[in-house]
Design a protein around this ligand. Structure first.
Ligand code: AMP
Ligand code: ZN
Length: 459
């Protein structure tokens, strides 16, 4: 099986060859914990979870290390804690707890390691010492800055010249900078905000250095795959590359760089001011999108219907379609008794191994459900779908639809009894009552009655 992945560094699909097939290493930038994750944030979470699952399938679950960090020191965190009048520790603890609930709801496996920035200040200082020592960084006015002209191929990942980069990043022009494109590794902290002692005084890290420190600590100086959303290519990933490569002297930080495309909502950029900002939590628990809650697997399937590098439009219609698909797949999965095991993958694995082509893979599964449901279930489970038993799915769906299945069954039974006793008026009254609930009855030749709700026999 050849795994091919589109590499932002080379701008083509590269064949994936791990540095060590017994220890495949993946890093993905995680959340800054000041607020609940929105559905745009769910995209990299789901996409790289699928990659993690695929790598585990190909190399063995014990031979893949997935690191997804938590950024728990940032200006936005300080500002939000002050705004809410709570401590930074309380805000980050609450947000991390919510984040864990959200990723579980959308079916993501826990990463192998979930490091927190504030536990890695020592590694950040070690990297900065190296950079200052080798002339790639300098101290100025209590800051430590990376000197971009010191790195001849700075800008290689985002393929922009330094001039373009400076303009694109709208970097703050500060008098203490030697060059406009220089970026902050460490900045002074006033006594009221979080800070750590360092050789350059009490301060706190910039965002980019955090990921260089955590990936180094948990994956080493060079690792296999680095991922994140497309907006992170510049400046965040470009600067991670600069720090890590210049600190350790390798030609690469990660061999493959993967970036997911952006998500918009009903054709528009998601924003608080546009009123279309939707969190994972609201989708799975609330009624703010399409007026109802949605099962986590519906969100996951809706996300995977679009290839991860394409933009995705998040619509109520797409969620309804994904839900219908799951209703169908769960009913087809019902007779599949055995716990799935990897065998003949009938094409779906090839689709997935072709740069995570999930739309092609889902088409494979649609076909396969007709011929070999056990194999189709295996494929669906591999990408984090059909994670519960069909009865559990049905029960949840009925609860969501406000269907009281026991009550329906009782009325159906009463009507059957009325028919058997030839009490036709009672039988007709019960039939009408059920019809009013959307229940259609089918009287079978063998004297039994089955029912169907709004055309969905699974319920
Ligand atoms: P942030 O909290 O903005 O740093 O984002 C966390 C992750 O979510 C990063 O990988 C972002 O690239 C990604 N992300 C943020 N907004 C979107 C969006 N609308 N669509 C897709 N990915 C997004
Ligand atoms: Zn990062």
């Amino acid at each position: 099986m050849t795994l091919r992945l589109y590499n932002t560094l080379t701008r083509r699909k590269d064949t994936f060859t791990p540095i060590d097939a017994r220890d495949v290493r993946l890093y993905v930038c995680g959340p800054t914990v000041y607020d609940r994750a929105h559905i745009g944030n769910a995209r990299p979470l789901i996409v790289f979870d699928v990659l993690f699952r695929l790598l585990r399938n190909l190399y063995g679950a014990d031979h893949v290390r997935y690191v997804r960090n938590i950024t728990d020191v940032e200006d936005k965190i300080n500002a939000r804690a002050a705004e809410r009048g709570i401590s930074i520790a309380a805000l980050t603890a609450e947000t991390i707890q919510g984040f864990h609930a959200d990723v579980a709801a959308i079916g993501c496996l826990p990463p192998t390691v979930e490091p927190r920035a504030t536990d890695h200040i020592g590694e950040m200082i070690a990297i900065m010492r190296r950079l200052v020592g080798s002339g790639h960084a300098y101290e100025a006015a209590g800051h430590v800055l990376f000197h971009t002209p010191s790195m001849p191929d700075y800008g290689k990942l985002s393929r922009r010249s330094l001039d373009e980069l400076v303009a694109g990043a709208r970097v703050e022009v500060a008098p203490y900078k030697q060059s406009d494109g220089d970026f902050v590794l460490w900045k002074p902290a006033d006594p009221s905000s979080p800070g750590w002692d360092s050789p350059w005084g009490r301060g706190r890290p910039g965002w980019h250095i955090e990921c260089s420190a955590m990936s180094w600590k948990h994956l080493g100086e060079v690792f296999d795959i680095h991922g994140g959303g497309i907006d992170l290519i510049f400046p965040h990933h470009e600067n991670e590359v600069a720090q890590t490569r210049c600190a350790f002297g390798h030609a690469a930080m990660a061999n493959i760089w993967m970036h997911n495309g952006f998500l918009q909502v009903e054709g528009e950029k998601m924003s608080k001011s546009a009123g279309n900002f939707v969190t994972i939590h609201e989708l799975v628990e609330g009624a703010s999108f399409g007026g109802r809650r949605w099962p986590g697997e519906v969100l996951r399937l809706a996300m995977l219907r679009t290839h991860y590098r394409q933009p995705i439009d998040w619509t109520v219609q797409a969620l309804e379609e994904a839900e219908k698909t799951l209703d169908r797949w769960y009913s087809l999965a019902e007779p599949v008794a055995t716990e799935p095991q990897a065998e003949d993958a009938s094409g779906w694995l090839d689709s997935l191994a072709d740069d995570l082509n999930t739309p092609a893979m889902l088409a494979d599964l649609h076909r396969l459900f007709a011929d070999d449901p056990a194999e189709a279930v295996r494929g669906a489970r591999m990408i984090g779908l059909l994670q519960q038993g069909p009865p559990a799915w049905r029960q949840q769906r009925r609860a969501d639809l406000g269907i009281n299945a026991d009550r329906i069954q009782r009325l159906v039974d009463e009507r059957l009894a009325a028919r058997v006793a030839k009490r036709w008026a009672d039988s007709d009254r019960l039939r009408d009552e059920l019809a009013g609930m959307g229940v259609l009855l089918k009287d079978n030749k063998d004297g039994t009655t089955s029912w169907d709700l709004n055309g969905r026999s699974a319920f």
